[in-house]
Design a protein around this ligand. Structure first.
Ligand code: KDG
Ligand code: MG
Length: 402
């Protein structure tokens, strides 16, 4: 079997998605998610100008060799743009492999370790009362785990928290918005929020919180320690991960579990964090973390250090990524939890999905490969719209230096 064609489909049903479609001489095709929020066109250019010409004529069965060709064969390796492209290629090839062998992806990577995947949803409120209401709604929707974010008194715009109840979308149309951030207002507020949530909803709900790398290590250590009485499932991205040693400080001061790495893209971003057991969950999604081929290695290494998966699953990753993540999560032994925000209804006009949410869990049917399809004609109805993630400054105007 040979790859004869590959194309990049860009569409914007409510938000931008980039999808790689790899087609073979036997008519079987595979899909990969190549969406990188706010940087979509850079991935498109890398795929079209560099990767696709080198894919034509290759045997799609050779997932390992093709992964290394695009990772190690590239002199200027790694980085979010190129790793998103590598991940999309890898996902599409595993999709083809499953279709050729007529079996779902999870069967190719170990079979089922579980029948369904525990997920967490988002409760984003304008203030404490609004946030508490949103948590209550998600409990009614059956969720067993909720990520809680809230507007902060003294901060005009809180990242990812909509002021007008719109669906989660941190990117804004056009150029990047400039927002202001004040860490001391944030640190004073968050423990009080979690105290209220526990008082209102008790101890059984799993609670998660995302710091979006806005603390220094010592600030994060204070937060993790002050949140200890509320037994978080995890505290996410407490610091920027580039300085892996920074996580030591948090560990020395707190037993709050730590998740990190939605902006990471290779195993080398994790090496110190794993070997010193400085974190508890890995966050790289299939679409940015090197695809199935690389994440199998990352999660295997993580399991040696008692670290579990907890993949990024925001709505700025496409249904192809979510389906691939469900297959992966069904198979690996050290699955922890999967982030799940339902896509807007309009997304289903382009993507035909094969997964179902029920009572706090996601499951997937047994269609071969990843099992998601794209309606290319429908995708044409939703052209790309420029949108960027916001930029943060301190209240005195200094660029935020995390
Ligand atoms: O594109 C950025 C979002 O995906 C990110 O803000 C979401 O932090 C996020 C999360 O944990 O879902
Ligand atoms: Mg996050």
């Amino acid at each position: 079997m040979k790859i004869t064609e590959a194309k990049v489909i860009v569409c914007c049903p409510g938000r931008n998605f980039v999808t790689l479609k790899i087609i073979t001489d036997q008519g079987i095709f595979g899909l990969g998610d190549a969406t990188l929020n706010g940087m979509e066109k850079s991935v498109v250019a890398y795929l079209e100008n560099y990767c696709i010409p080198s894919l034509i004529g290759r045997d799609p069965a050779n997932t390992e060799d093709i992964w290394h060709y695009f990772y190690r064969g590239v002199y200027w390796r790694r980085g979010a743009v190129s790793m998103t492209a590598v991940s999309a290629i890898d996902m599409a090839l595993w999709d083809i492999k499953g279709k050729v062998l007529n079996t779902p992806l999870y069967n190719l990577i170990g079979g089922k370790s579980r029948d369904k995947v525990l997920v967490y949803c988002h409760a984003n409120g304008k203030n404490i009362d609004d946030t508490l209401d949103k948590v209550g709604t998600e409990i009614e929707n059956g969720f067993k785990a909720v990520r809680i974010q809230s507007g902060i008194p003294g901060i005009e715009n809180t990242y990812g928290v909509s002021k007008d109840n719109k669906p989660y979308e941190p990117a804004h149309k056009g150029l990047a918005h400039e927002e202001f951030w004040d860490t001391s207002s944030y640190l004073n507020f968050i423990p009080a929020l979690f105290k209220k949530v526990r008082e209102t909803y008790g101890d059984n709900l799993h609670l998660l919180h995302d710091v979006h790398h806005r603390c220094t290590p010592i600030e994060a250590a204070r937060l993790a320690r002050e949140l200890e009485p509320y037994h978080l499932f995890w505290l996410e991205d407490p610091v920027a991960g580039e300085l892996q040693e920074g996580l030591r400080l948090i560990r020395q001061h707190s037993t709050t579990p730590i998740a990190i790495g939605e902006v990471f893209n290779s195993i080398y971003d994790y090496s110190t964090l794993f070997s010193e057991q400085l974190i508890d969950y890995i966050r790289m999604p299939v679409a940015h973390g090197g695809g199935i081929t690389h994440l199998l290695k990352v999660s295997a290494m993580a399991s040696v250090y008692h670290i579990n998966t907890g993949f990024h699953g925001a709505t700025d990753l496409s249904p192809v990524n979510l389906a691939a993540a469900i297959h992966f999560n069904l198979a690996v032994n050290n699955f922890g939890i999967q982030e799940y925000m339902p896509h807007q209804e309009i997304v289903n006009e382009v993507f035909k999905t094969n997964y179902q949410y029920e009572n706090g869990f996601l499951s997937i049917d047994d269609s071969p490969g990843i099992g998601v399809d794209i309606d290319e004609k429908s995708a044409l109805r939703f052209p790309y719209t420029m949108a960027r993630l916001p930029v943060n400054r301190k209240t005195d105007g200094t660029m935020f230096n995390w």
